[in-house]
Design a protein around this ligand. Structure first.
Ligand code: SF4
Length: 280
């Protein structure tokens, strides 16, 4: 979902479920990894210093997922079951008890019961952001300081369901009002692999004009259809197919052109900064 640290190819399967999952109530959270401080490399908080809490398990199987180690059952032995207190102890160790942003990522973090962790961290001055695809809604979304919905485009081989995203937005609004929570900053983030994805992303974004939108090129296993020589003049160098930075720059230049050709003027175009810098 975010900040890829390993690359794993995943077989494409169909959508498993889009319904709400019930929280276990036993305060056990499945964790793939906790690391940082580092910088958020994507979306609304790009450049923000943060600690990542990557939960394990996902209801999707995107064709170009770059965090298979947090998704696929064969990695289960690497996952830890931790309660909110144990996770927060780890966060305090990594941050020297200095409050900062915590990014909840996955997998799909919406599959876990993260309410106790968020409440515990916020009571100590930490802020919480989360990214999820919008397939599962939870009342505790309204506790988050920042929430990014990242609907998966056609190239992921997943099927986007408007109703799922709508339910997530309603959860934020309804529970935020009920619990008198401060407003959660919500945005949309689209990872695109080709023109078809981009047109789809704009159609979704146009339905939610109240939400800021971000678009970024896919740096997973997907091939963005970019003519290898198309941007070599702008990059003032010969194509270097094996050069990761060259590849990322080409994708960004393609994306800027493609967004402008759609007259999509109110979307922000971002790289995956951590991929560019090759940092966790
Ligand atoms: S939703 Fe995110 S974590 Fe889940 S399979 Fe897709 S890219 Fe991977």
């Amino acid at each position: 979902m975010n900040a890829p640290t390993q690359s794993t190819s995943i077989e494409t399967v169909t959508l498993i479920k889009d319904d709400q999952t019930k929280d276990s109530g036993n305060n056990v959270i499945s964790i793939s990894e906790i690391f940082g401080p580092t910088i958020q490399g994507e979306g609304a908080l790009i450049g923000t210093q943060t600690i990542f809490v990557r939960t394990a398990g996902c209801d999707y199987r995107c064709s170009w997922c770059d965090t298979g180690y947090a998704v696929l059952p064969e990695y289960e032995n690497d996952w830890k079951s931790m309660d909110a207190e144990a996770i927060f102890n780890e966060i305090e160790k990594l941050s020297n008890k200095q409050p900062m942003w915590i990014t909840l990522s996955g997998g799909n973090p919406a599959m876990q019961d993260l309410e106790p962790l968020i409440k515990l961290g916020q009571s100590k001055g930490y802020k919480f952001s989360m990214e999820t695809q919008g397939s599962i809604s939870k009342s505790w979304f309204a506790l988050l300081d920042q929430l990014t919905f990242s609907p998966k485009p056609p190239s992921s081989d997943m099927r986007f369901k408007h109703r799922g995203l709508q339910r997530c937005l309603e959860a934020c609004e309804t529970h935020g009002k009920n619990e008198n929570q401060a407003h959660t900053d919500i945005s949309l983030k689209f990872v695109v692999s080709d023109q078809n994805d981009l047109i789809w992303a704009k159609e979704i974004a146009d339905q939610y004009p109240q939400l800021p939108s971000y678009v970024q090129p896919c740096n997973g296993d997907a091939d963005i259809t970019v003519d290898n020589r198309a941007y070599s003049e702008q990059l003032e160098t010969e194509p270097e197919p094996e050069n990761q930075h060259y590849d990322q720059k080409q994708k960004m230049l393609w994306l800027i052109d493609a967004v402008q050709s759609l007259n999509w003027n109110d979307v922000r175009i971002l790289p995956q900064l951590h991929v560019w810098l090759n940092v966790e």
